[in-house]
Design a protein around this ligand. Structure first.
Ligand code: SF4
Ligand code: SF4
Length: 428
């Protein structure tokens, strides 16, 4: 029998090419165009959702997978604002996933691209490897080398300069215990995904998530030995690598015996909710996806029981794309923030437009990511807020770097960190 991969249809081979029926759902109305960050930046049809769908169709009809075509697919942030905007329900999310896997498998990358991608995917999904960087990074910040690094960064290759700019401030966070007991009557047993980048650099967010859940009546299980959920690989077309991470994540949380699997990272939540599509032959995947929750989603589902203390801040809430567009979670974080006495919530203009973070997009496509970051920072500055809040640490790093470029140091927090501050009350 012929290998399906030999069955080449122009740009794509026979192994899960972009689905022609999904492509045909697009009626070319253009309603998605104003929501697409790359179209907003460049005004190029082929850098819009409609244009990219047209390219997929051309590829199925025999056009080769040229560098130019790949460039338009690579430039897509995968933000899925077009899915929200499309009145015809076009599944661009599925189409771009199918396309990226083909591009990853079939398109020869340049040596420089291979080097950046190789480094990113050998490092970021592995919490132990990332943890090794914590000490040097903290030292880098502490002795002020970051100021020098920022000056030198304009002479570095773009991806390295971006990494320098985005490097997080390392905050102390004690390792979470394997179980945090519910305060008061137990309402649910939840497993907390600490993942990869979150575990290594945002331990304080994980700790706040566990404290908030416990105060709201959840036993929080933090399985040892867990790792990346596969989001970074999956959103970049590395399907078999993503499937390997997904299987390991299911094994870990199935063994933990929890009611829900909770994450405080928007990208991880959206990836885990798609496990059934990633692992169609594994009956556990759909069950896992069904009990996956973003932390804000679960907190609203359970309803508040813990008393809130005032937090007198004016907060600009930024919608992470993988929360707002991929998971359709917009009201839950706002409801939680509005439930904090004394807090004023303000909404930046162009809320639907991606900040340019998009997983590892800002490392792989640094120039458009930077432009989008600057645009987002401007909109946030215009709100006059004294705190920026989002449900995804990647967005916070991206916007912080852009604000700094604009000469503004605005404090940032994850939604659960603010909620945690409110539940804990003033320090005594
Ligand atoms: S996913 Fe985002 S960047 Fe990609 S086509 Fe849709 S709106 Fe544009
Ligand atoms: S993707 Fe949807 S909104 Fe965009 S052109 Fe096609 S049908 Fe219209």
């Amino acid at each position: 029998m012929a290998d399906v991969r030999d069955d080449v249809l122009g740009a794509f081979d026979g192994e899960r090419p972009p689905d022609r029926a999904l492509i045909d759902d697009c009626v070319h109305c253009g309603f998605c165009l104003p929501s697409c960050p790359t179209y907003v930046l460049w005004g190029e049809e082929m850098d819009s959702p409609r244009g990219r769908i047209h390219l997929m169709k051309q590829g199925l009809d025999g056009a080769p997978l040229s560098d130019e075509m790949v460039g338009h697919f690579d430039a897509c942030l995968g933000c899925l604002a077009c899915v929200t905007a499309c009145p015809s329900g076009v599944r661009y999310d599925e189409l771009i996933d199918q396309t990226r896997v083909q591009v990853e498998r079939r398109h020869p990358r340049t040596r420089a691209e291979r080097a950046v991608r190789g480094a990113v995917f050998a490092l970021f999904p592995y919490p132990r490897r990332l943890r090794v960087l914590r000490g040097p990074l903290a030292l880098y910040r502490r002795v002020g080398l970051d100021r020098l690094g920022r000056k030198l960064s304009r002479h570095l290759p773009a991806a390295l300069a971006t990494m320098e700019e985005l490097a997080p401030v390392i905050r102390r966070a004690p390792r979470l215990p394997a179980r945090v007991a519910a305060r008061g009557p137990r309402r649910a047993v939840v497993g907390l995904l600490t993942g990869c980048v979150q575990a290594a650099f945002f331990g304080q967010v994980g700790a706040a998530t566990a404290r908030v859940l416990a105060r709201e009546g959840c036993d929080v299980v933090v399985p040892r030995g867990q790792g990346c959920c596969g989001a970074l690989s999956g959103h970049s077309g590395r399907r078999s690598e993503a499937a390997r991470f997904a299987r390991a994540t299911i094994d870990t949380f199935d063994a933990a015996g929890v009611d829900f699997v909770v994450t405080d990272s928007a990208g991880c939540g959206s990836a885990m909710k798609e496990y059934a599509e990633l692992l169609p032959d594994d009956p556990r995947a759909a069950r896992f996806a069904a009990r996956t929750r973003d932390v804000t989603e679960l907190l609203v589902e359970l309803g508040p029981v813990a008393p809130r203390h005032p937090v007198r801040r004016t907060v600009a809430y930024h919608d992470a794309c993988h929360l707002a567009h991929a998971q359709r979670i917009r009201s839950a974080p706002r409801e939680l923030l509005r439930g904090i006495p004394g807090l004023t919530l303000v909404e930046p203009a162009e809320a639907d437009l991606c900040c340019g973070s998009a997983g590892v997009y800002n490392l792989l496509e640094p120039e458009p990511a930077r432009e989008l970051g600057d645009r987002k920072a401007e909109r946030i500055r215009a709100t006059g807020a004294d705190l920026l809040v989002a449900g995804n640490p990647g967005c916070l790093l991206q916007i912080t770097a852009a604000l700094r470029r604009a000469g503004t140091e605005l404090p940032t927090a994850h939604t659960v960190e603010l909620l945690d501050a409110s539940l804990r009350g003033p320090a005594r």
